[in-house]
Design a protein around this ligand. Structure first.
Ligand code: SF4
Length: 544
């Protein structure tokens, strides 16, 4: 988590807005050859809106090298040669350049290309890699073969140390350096490095703790074994400063926000105080929580947040106890379901709940059962993910017994396993895509319950198979066409009269787009009346 770049969810990987952002702070020192040197910290974010917290941690902890260091962020989708050109623009005649790359699962292909080009046109540029994608299996990666140095794990302190060695000698002998993991009190917090532009236009990622005490085998955080808290008063003072500068959107990257309830309450109270003092200009906070741990004190705090100000990301992953045991995930399913239900009915929090298909031991049938259970519990969004093999995660211990076969290219999505053949895994991938378009978009809020009926997984899978057979597309289906396809499916599959389907869809945003009846407002009202909608302000935040 504390590496060069910054973790985002799989859904965010897909977005490719081609915008480059730049933050410049720079000074120069002499290297051992007597030449001046510049240090550039860079990465490719999944979106312009994602400001890289990891790069800012590195810059904040550069010590005497701070003014010699620059951050320049790019967005995936730019041409690698154009990025190389921008990187080399930092080079001056007779000056050496060190470039630190934050490498993640969503940018490793592009950064490999960039490093390869850099090594062709400017082999003297010193390249240091860091980030989760290069922290494991270091002997197997082309990008590591091309680079000069690699830092595994935390880079906050080690990156600056390595630069000092490169600058002052003796030249580091090893290519791979294990990142030091100092007490968090020794790290300089990076939040003042969010610029006014970041505050106005980008998601501000913040962390009150690092690490996770749980051991879910598909997750890189399972290697942490514990969680480390930042000093809460110092952290909140930084949040206060961001708030005073105009920040209103705070996305916490803590793996388990509700681990230490005392701390959670203090953070929530910080936001409640802001909401009370300035209701006309509310803050919005996003937290990741474990679902089976919501003590009453926390519930009381949650209950006080008005609509559109609080979002929880909740990992369920699987409701199957055998799968949970296989992947070392401890979860009280009954408690988790009760708490999600409570959040849906008793709070205004927007819930985004994750399930993963393709886990070892999970069949189509057991996954479908878990999916139906979750639909019945009623979260606002179900994020349907497909298992990925993240480098370094212990899930591979099941490879032989469960015949796990992963795509060798990032993001290393599972292709098939012992219980789900390739063809069915493809159907699940398409299901996930159509689920986003129809269910998570909120644009079919009236129609969706009819589509799902009393067998949500089976019926939506039937819809997914049908729409793919009729369109051969899982992307770029315009909303009016999608509404027409939903209408057609309901008529053909359920023998619903055309007028009935038309009336149903007319209450939806999607239906109004199709029929041009100006019913979007009505549809929105209907959704909100059902408590299933995402308020406009949240939509803006979620789109960030
Ligand atoms: S999935 Fe969540 S709870 Fe499990 S190890 Fe990862 S961060 Fe921790």
């Amino acid at each position: 988590m504390a590496c060069f770049a910054f973790a985002v969810t799989q859904g965010q990987i897909l977005c490719q807005r081609v915008i480059a952002a730049c933050v410049s702070v720079q000074y120069r020192l002499n290297d051992s050859d007597g030449r001046t040197m510049t240090i550039l910290l860079t990465t490719l974010n999944a979106r312009y809106a994602h400001a890289a917290l990891g790069l800012r941690y590195l810059l904040a902890n550069m010590g005497e090298l701070t003014e010699q260091t620059t951050i320049q962020e790019f967005v995936i989708g730019l041409r690698p040669t154009d990025i190389v050109e921008k990187i080399l623009a930092h080079r001056q005649p007779d000056q050496k350049l060190i470039v630190g790359f934050g490498v993640y699962i969503w940018n490793v292909i592009e950064i490999t290309q960039i490093v390869a080009i850099l090594k062709q046109v400017a082999p003297e540029v010193v390249i240091i890699l860091g980030g989760p994608e290069v922290s494991h299996e270091t002997d197997k990666q082309e990008i590591i073969r091309l680079a000069d140095y690699v830092i595994t794990g935390w880079g906050d302190i080690t990156f600056a140390d390595l630069c000092r060695q490169i600058l002052n000698g003796p030249k580091p002998l090893m290519k791979v350096h294990a990142g030091a993991q100092p007490p968090l009190t020794e790290l300089k917090l990076p939040y003042q490095l969010y610029s006014d532009t970041d505050i106005r236009h980008r998601t501000l990622y913040v962390e009150a703790s690092r690490g996770c005490p749980f051991k879910c085998e598909f997750c890189l955080s399972s290697l942490d074994k514990t969680a480390w808290p930042f000093d809460i008063d110092q952290f909140l003072a930084e949040m206060e400063s961001l708030y005073q500068r105009g920040a209103r959107l705070f996305k916490f990257v803590d793996r388990t926000f509700n681990l230490n309830i005392k701390t959670s309450l203090k953070i929530m109270q910080f936001f409640l105080d802001k909401l009370e003092a300035n209701p006309a200009d509310p803050v919005f906070a996003h937290f990741e929580v474990v679902p089976d741990h919501l003590p009453d004190a926390l519930k009381e705090g949650i209950r006080k947040f008005p609509e559109g100000t609080l979002q929880f990301e909740i990992g369920i992953q699987s409701f199957n106890p055998e799968v949970q045991s296989l992947i070392s995930r401890k979860q009280n399913n009954q408690k988790a379901a009760e708490n999600i239900r409570w959040l849906c009915t008793e709070s205004h929090a927007h819930l985004h709940v994750d399930l993963i298909a393709g886990l070892p031991g999970e069949t189509m049938e057991s996954f479908g059962k878990g999916f139906d259970h979750l639909v019945a519990v009623g979260p606002h969004e179900i994020q349907f993910g497909i298992l990925k093999r993240l480098r370094g995660t212990p899930i591979i211990r099941h490879t032989d017994e469960y015949a796990l076969r992963f795509d060798p290219q990032p993001p290393y999505t599972i292709l098939e396993n012992r219980d789900i053949p390739f063809a069915d895994m493809q159907r699940l991938v398409r299901f996930a895509r159509y689920w986003d378009m129809v269910a998570n978009s909120g644009r079919f809020a009236n129609t969706l319950p009819v589509m799902l009926g009393d067998a949500p997984f089976a019926r939506f899978m039937a819809f997914s198979d049908w729409i793919f057979a009729n369109t051969d597309a899982t992307h770029r289906i315009a909303l009016d066409r999608l509404a027409a396809l939903v209408s057609q499916w309901l008529q053909q599959h359920d023998n619903m009269p055309a007028e009935e389907v038309k009336a149903l869809l007319a209450g939806d945003y999607a239906g109004s787009a199709q029929h041009q009846q100006g019913a979007s407002h009505k549809g929105q009202q209907a959704k909100e009346a059902k408590g299933k909608s995402t308020p406009q302000r949240q939509r803006q935040h979620l789109a960030a």
